[in-house]
Ligand binder design. Structure first.
Ligand SMILES: [Zn+2]
Length: 149
């Protein structure tokens, strides 16, 4: 599949480029505020907790560890490319550093999903060679201990 409208690709700009560059290398980045000490996600230039300015908020590497907060098994989604992917597990996870993140849980049978289960980050390329998502890697989560990474 190539061409056509895609609803899963991020808008990458100068501010978010470090995040996507790190993701392509298999690293999840967070933003942490030096003023109040809290980390946040998705990335914002200003701290969403104390509104400290961008000069007080910096990128840092996340551990990649998280726990499952909630999820929904999606059986139908008419927006491309999701329709070709169903069923999939749309999830909200709590990162070890504190932020809550919308993502997808992969490589886990639906029946094995549990609130609070340990997860770790993995990355999936959004498109194959020649497609719009080539070179864009999105964070997904797998059960801790899967794959022996
Ligand atoms: Zn702050």
């Amino acid at each position: 599949m190539s061409g056509g409208v895609r609803y899963d690709l991020p808008e990458i700009d100068d501010f978010t480029r470090p995040y996507w560059d790190a993701a392509a290398e298999g690293r999840l980045l967070l933003r942490r505020c030096a003023e109040c000490g809290r980390a946040h996600h998705y990335p914002r230039e200003f701290c969403p907790f104390c509104w400290a300015g961008e000069e007080r908020v910096a990128w840092e590497a996340a551990s990649g560890r998280a726990t499952l907060y909630t999820w929904s098994v999606v059986h139908r989604n008419d927006l491309p490319p999701f329709g070709a992917r169903v069923p999939y597990v749309a999830a909200v996870v709590d990162l070890a550093e504190g932020p809550r993140m919308m993502t997808e849980v992969v490589d886990c049978p639906v029946g094995a999903l549990r609130v609070g289960m340990a997860l770790r980050v993995g990355f999936r390329e959004a498109g194959e060679a020649g497609e719009a998502g080539e070179g864009i890697w999105v964070a997904v989560f797998v059960p801790e201990g899967e794959g022996g990474g």
